[in-house]
Ligand binder design. Structure first.
Ligand code: BV8
Length: 257
């Protein structure tokens, strides 16, 4: 597909327009994906050196895979926990945490399980796909937080009942937590401005949230170095890295005020 590179002046103009919209303090929803954590050094899924290039999602991120080989699946999650444990939130995470304080009704919806948004200070977060730092007991369904990296035992077991623990994340073929999905859908529908940052807009039902927002009349701002299936629907599709572009927008809001 021919990718017409956008003229930098054109993008600067769009950044100023978006900053102008934010100055009116609209109802803002944000959907993030793995791309917002890329600048923290955490591999994405479908990028050139992405996780799915080295592993097959079906072999690891499904209940069948865990049933078949819990040790292999846990070794993969323990490896990802180790990568994330050594990384920090980046400018993109930090700006979104500050916008939450400055914009009434701001809501952050993330597909990420790395926990970097809460470490950056975001409070009102909907974690669609769970959290890699939470373990869930298969027997009692009890969820506990666990930051041990590496894990002392693989597979980890529930101290209370000895049952197998699994990562408290949503695997392919599993339903998203119903309440969280409903909150994300209503936040998207109610939004006046929706940012879609660092996602290939491929995985459902998350990828449908921006379309819900657009149907509700929201302007959609996509931030991604690449084109995605969402790019043609977006009011603005800014090419570039999340941290860099959010810094530009944030500066532009302060420029004029
Ligand atoms: C569901 C958690 C139904 C685990 C993840 C057959 C059977 C069942 C379902 C399906 C099926 N076929 C299709 C489906 C639906 C399926 C699906 O969407 N499949 C895809 C592959 C087509 N969805 C599901 O299965 C969902 N459940 O449908 O349930 C149901 C209903 C009722 C009852 C029972 C069942 C569950 C989906 C959740 C799966 N879990 N992760 C884990 O992480 O280990 S998905 C995984 O992909 C991550 O969560 C990730 O967040 C998500 C999306 O990926 P992205 O975040 O977008 O990351 P990606 O690498 O793709 O893209 C990164 C982007 O960033 C790129 O565009 C890149 O250009 C950009 N980027 C790079 N650098 C930067 C940047 N952007 C900005 N700045 C940068 N610096």
């Amino acid at each position: 597909m021919l990718r017409s590179a956008k003229h930098p002046k054109m993008q600067e103009k769009e950044v100023r327009e978006i900053a102008g919209l934010l100055r009116h303090k609209p109802r803002v929803a944000v959907l993030t994906g793995a791309g917002i954590s890329a600048e923290s050094g955490i591999p994405t899924f479908r990028g050139k050196n992405g996780l799915w290039k080295q592993f097959r999602a079906e072999d690891l991120a499904t209940p069948e895979a865990f049933e078949r080989d819990p040790i292999l699946v846990w070794e993969w999650y323990d490896w990802r926990r180790k990568i994330i444990a050594g990384r920090e939130p980046n400018a993109g995470h930090l700006i979104l945490a500050r916008w939450e304080e400055e914009l009434p009704g701001f809501i952050l919806i993330t597909q990420n399980i790395d926990g970097l948004h809460s470490r950056a200070g975001s409070k009102n977060i909907l974690e669609l796909h769970g959290n890699i730092w939470q373990l869930r007991c298969l027997k009692e369904a009890k969820v506990t937080e666990n930051f041990e990296s590496p894990l002392p035992h693989i597979p980890p077991r529930c101290p209370a009942c000895g049952g197998l623990l699994r990562p408290n994340v949503v695997w392919f073929g599993e339903a998203l937590p119903r309440l969280i999905l409903e909150q994300a859908q209503s936040a998207s529908t109610a939004a006046e401005l929706m940012f879609v940052i660092g996602t290939s807009a491929y995985v459902q039902p998350a990828a449908s949230l921006p379309l819900l927002a657009a149907e509700g009349g929201a302007a959609i701002v996509e931030i991604n170095p690449d084109y995605t299936p969402l790019s043609t629907y977006a009011s603005y599709s800014l090419r570039g890295k999340a941290g860099e572009i959010l810094l530009q927008i944030d500066a532009a809001i302060r420029d004029a005020s």
